[in-house]
Design a protein around this ligand. Sequence first.
Ligand code: PEP
Ligand code: MG
Length: 845
Amino acid sequence: MIVLHAPMAGWAMPLDQVPDPVFAERMMGDGFAIDPLDGVIRAPCDARVIAVAATRHSVTLQLGNGAELLIHVGLETVALAGVGFTAKVADGEQVKLGQPLLEVDLDAVALHAKSMVTPITVMNEGFALRVLDLDRRVAAGQAIAEISIVQSTACFPGVGRDPVAGQPVTAAAPDHLVHHDWVLASVEELSDTAQLTMRVPLANGVHARPAARIVAALKPLASDVTITARGAPANARSIVALLGAGIAHDDEIEIAARGPDARAAVTAVATLIEDGTHEAVHAPVSSPAADRGDGLIQGVRAAPGLAVGAIFQWHPTDVAVPEHGNGEAAEIAALAGARRSLLAAADGHQGAGAEIAGAHNALIDDPELIAAAQRSIAQGKSAAFAWRSAIAGHADAIRATGDALLIERIADLKDIERQVIALLTGTDASLPVPPRGAIVVIDELLPSHFAVLTVAGVGGICTAFGGPTAHAAILAATAGIPMVVAAGPAILDLHDGSRVILDADRATLNPSPDAAALDAAAARQSRNQLRVAAEARSAQDDCLMADGTRIEIFANLASVEEAAYAVTLGTEGCGLLRTEFLFLDRAIAPDEDEQCAVYAAIAAELEGRPLIVRTLDIGGDKPVAYLPFAHEDNPALGARGIRFSLARPDLLAAQFRAILRGVPAAQCRIMLPMVVDAGELATARAILDEARAALGITAPVPLGVMIETPAAAMLAGSLARDADFLSIGSNDLTQYALAADRGNPAVASMVDALHPAVLHLIARAAEGARAHGRWFGVCGGIASDPVAAPILIGLGVTELSATPAAIPALKAAVRRLDMAGCKAIAALALTASTTRDVRALLETE
Ligand code: PEP
Ligand code: MG
């Protein structure tokens, strides 16, 4: 008997729950499935790799007892053509239990896969599989099933006869196959042999699903069947052999059979390959399809979560506008008045809403839009008609660029069209309010729709069109409303009131769930709720490790609204206020008073908790149109962060004064971004001291630096001598240490702060902080990851500043740690050679 260990952490489930009949009906053999929570797929026992799929989404292993095990990561993942998958082993390699086989970028793959549920099945006969405990969360490496031989004549690859009867049986081709005439006509038959040559129309070739169907179709037949591609014959009764043959789209293949029902066998296989496998017969789609054939509607995840509720079709209609105006002067004045009112209304927004309103303001003020509208008005059109046509022209120009991200911005244009026209025509821009808990269905959601949805407390949102980075999607994620976009126009025909499951984590809408699906969704919702509720209950308590060591858990903030939200989630302060939010998406820089008011409001929301305000960090990936930057070929290495501020001491001084005036002394700390040495710190401190003197502030104000450059990490000792605290900006530190642009998707998987080189830099910075008794924190993205906490704490970090939503879970994770363990794992991590090794250490913890 061989024990199988979970190849990754996740939710284990029986095969019956896999939303794919090929697996659920055990055509790929008996087994179980895991909905993965981590992206390293490990060997479940010692084994030999039979084949890694060319598209790296599956691996087949041969175990010591002859059993052949398939690990198929996600469903329909073959269509991703390898994107998001990295093979860690090669065909024929011997692997040890726990050895990584594949690495999967779960976020990237989940966006396009039908599901991430990963079936693990025994594909050959003669083995019994006993699963130990399913329907619960499993850790990677946990024992999960046992495989034993049930008969001595275990089937080996290529021997597919009925193992019980032992004898070939004669049968006709399965009834369910509808044979194409051309297939029947093309089969060459010679006494007991038959053959046919064809091209493979299947978009993804003969991957796991077609292979399983071919093997199933041949079961009642007796002939030996081979499929030959590129000169190599593969046994058509063996899934492993078929997968190993790597038969691709448009390959020319020969199907040959020998036996009493050779013709039927060739016909069955050819018909399946022709169209019987229900596969796509054209190029793989990377954009979502609507109905996937299993009753679920596939979209794209815009905001995570799971909701069960009644459909509410929500279709705000376009207001009719008069074409002809009442004279040029009157219409131009009307348009200007409507635009002014909207600009004024935008001032009331906060947080993500304020940023989006800022972007809208820029559109409302766009000189080209205004000029286009004025040209139409000059030709006698009404202001509303002119505004609508100007927007339509602009949208067409954006569409013509073909740039998907830009195209998503058309929703913003439509939104300002709607709002300006409502004002011009005096029509009510307010919208019907959906019932509480409803799943709102709409063609495309506009940001101005959003306020209604949050107030109504809808359960979820599903749009026919739109994209995941549209502003409405950002608002949904901030509000915690599950949202799926681009689910296709078919959703607009769903009946109002029908009960559906919106699974935004898997980007699907189940329009007619059966009782089992509703039960499974309810179980998942209650598991999530239990976990979140337990974390929320203790979120307001101080964070102490199991051995009593105090670790501060702070929040990264970018608005007054976020500050209030973070306090409800248990933040103990703000470890990074990104002040850029005040400077982006607007026409001129905020003056000292405006800044002061916002900093004061944030400090007030934090109710006395510490507030670390970072000075302006623009440049690089955050350009600001109204502040003149010389053209830079490589802005990430250019005049960004503190370099920009020191080049504009007037702006830095104004910001210092605004902070000093707005934030009470007991809460106030200031932090400088992108520092490389103590010289920059000294210059900035001199400007700060002048600002203090001008305001008559005598008490010192803590001034810290971010460790975001390898230079700063190496010189942390000298920086810590002069700075009051150090905080690791792991996002930039990682990009500069690994020479990997944090915004470039091609190197996205490299940009991992747990790379040992980055950890050595953090350790070096910790030494510097320790040598001068300075407080040492982390405010980059890695601080939000509970998995990384043991290493960071073991290296000497005493403060983690995370995104607000991560705080309750982070506190819960830190409470389970003790310092001796953290130090041990940090020391081990510093001996690792790759990120993978470091992550492996954390998984075995
Ligand atoms: C960082 O670089 O880790 C950081 C916190 O700064 P930002 O992400 O704002 O560049
Ligand atoms: Mg940074």
